[in-house]
Design a binder for this molecule. Sequence first.
Ligand code: ADP
Length: 327
Amino acid sequence: MKKKVTRIGVLTSGGDSPGMNAAIRAVVRTGIYHGLEVFGVMRGYAGMIDNDIFRMDSRSVANIIQRGGTILKTARSDEFRTPEGRTKAYNNLKSHGIDGLVVIGGDGSFNGAQRLSNEHDIPCIGIPGTIDRDIAGTDVTIGFDTAVNTAVQAIDKIRDTMDAHDRVFVVEVMGRDAGYIALHSGIATGAENIIIPETRTDIDDMIASLDEKEKRRKLVNLIVVAEGGEYGDANEIGKIIKARIPEADTRVCILGHIQRGGSPTCEDRVVASHMGYYAVESLLCGRHNVMVGVIKGKIHYTPLDKVVKEKHSIGQEWMKIVKILAS
Ligand code: ADP
């Protein structure tokens, strides 16, 4: 029988996402409710290796549910990729008596947690924090809703000025491997075209349709591009349009890191609170090496070694709808 956890550590690792603070708060307060001692690990696995670990209480997480970023900070650590680095990290956890770990991060962070757990027998529970939403075993990830709403607000503003000048705008949103932010923000802002990594884009077809719209004086055209698109970034696509339709007034805007920051939406705070609570419950009931996800509104556990970046097939149907609605 597994021994009961008494002291748990919590960390945020890899790419940051809005809502991580709400998850930290939920982990700390659920742990304290159950009589556990809770420790914060600063800067992900880098802080674990440096023994940057401190005791947290209920007040440590006061007034953070609405804040973007992460009070525990986040980092990437190459040393943790080595068995020696992980042993160092584990020894530091042991020196504090930590016997269970909650890792808030993406698939890379879960991979690291799985290795640590296999080598040193410490149960780890993952909470998916990523704006990209491309994680297997969950319909939602902490930060996606905030990021996509930030993109929508920014694109709405761009639309005002592009409309005033009759311009074509290519707007790049985040998503190196996943087009969710582009797809959702593009649909919500009435984009004429959306270019995402999951679906092939016929660039000739896109140019022909832009050309046709220019000819019938529909001069305001918005193209939303995910950074990982097949034709390169927004600048590259802007160049193609400028070369092939020189009469169009084409501009490019890259939204960048504003999508990672800001106060988390209600949805992200709720998701983070839900997952944080169940992460601690999981440790208490002896689960180990699983990620807490939500599928169809219900908590769902996936073994950490099955949590990979998931390429969802984004249906062609959506692209057809986008085309019809933008005609
Ligand atoms: P994310 O968690 O957002 O996917 P990364 O892929 O950068 O971010 O992973 C975060 C950290 O997790 C890395 O800096 C590294 O310390 C650890 N990590 C990632 N993959 C592994 C691995 N295969 N083995 C050990 N540690 C890993």
